[in-house]
Design a protein around this ligand. Structure first.
Ligand SMILES: [Zn+2]
Length: 190
């Protein structure tokens, strides 16, 4: 059976927003992704995230801290049988995107289900533009809350964007996604 793009199963019943789903097996390999995931990856110029079935989830999570964080959450879901809800930010250049990732068991597999809770338009921020030229420097960002590690401390994303004009120019630092201490220490993730 062929699956049409924008299939109703890929949409949140209440909001009509896309729901991005992927499953991993016990060997951490991605066993399926929803059409909405593929569309989302293409819309965001992330071609490397289109053909991912059969590969390890953690291949796509560069920073060890982030893969350790997600491995810990997956282990917790497997151990307790309960679901976990991870609120996270996934901004685009002209949008603040507040999302949630539901992690739950699906038979022997683990299902990840991401959905957009709300969005806000914003002035264009080159930091989140996949097409902008990147300077050599790396800038650490929290992959959960998107706060930024600047001059030795973690700064709220919105404050950083208001005070650091460099993010609005024609090039931007490379983002290096990790996990900030505040997100790591949230009780829900312990
Ligand atoms: Zn954080």
């Amino acid at each position: 059976m062929s699956v049409k793009p924008n299939d109703a199963r890929d949409r949140d019943a209440d909001t009509g927003e896309p729901v991005y789903t992927y499953l991993i097996n016990q060997r951490e390999e991605i066993v399926s992704v929803s059409d909405s995931w593929i569309e989302f990856a293409l819309e965001n110029n992330a071609r490397e995230l289109v053909d991912i079935v059969g590969r390890s989830l953690y291949e796509f999570i560069g920073h060890k801290e982030v893969s350790d964080f997600y491995r810990h959450l997956v282990e917790k879901v497997r151990r307790t049988g309960g679901a976990l809800l991870v609120p996270f930010r996934c901004d685009g250049p002209t949008i603040r995107r507040f999302m949630e990732l539901l992690i739950e068991r699906n038979g022997e597999d683990i299902k990840f289900e991401g959905r957009t809770v709300r969005t806000e338009p914003r002035d264009s921020v080159s930091l989140f533009d996949p097409l902008i030229e990147r300077a050599g420097d790396k800038l650490e960002a929290c992959s959960v809350c998107q706060n930024l590690h600047l001059d030795g401390s973690w700064v709220d994303l919105e404050i950083a964007l208001r005070t650091r004009k460099l993010f609005y120019r024609n090039s931007s630092p490379n983002l290096d996604y990790s996990i900030c201490p505040r997100c790591k220490e949230k009780p829900v993730f312990s």
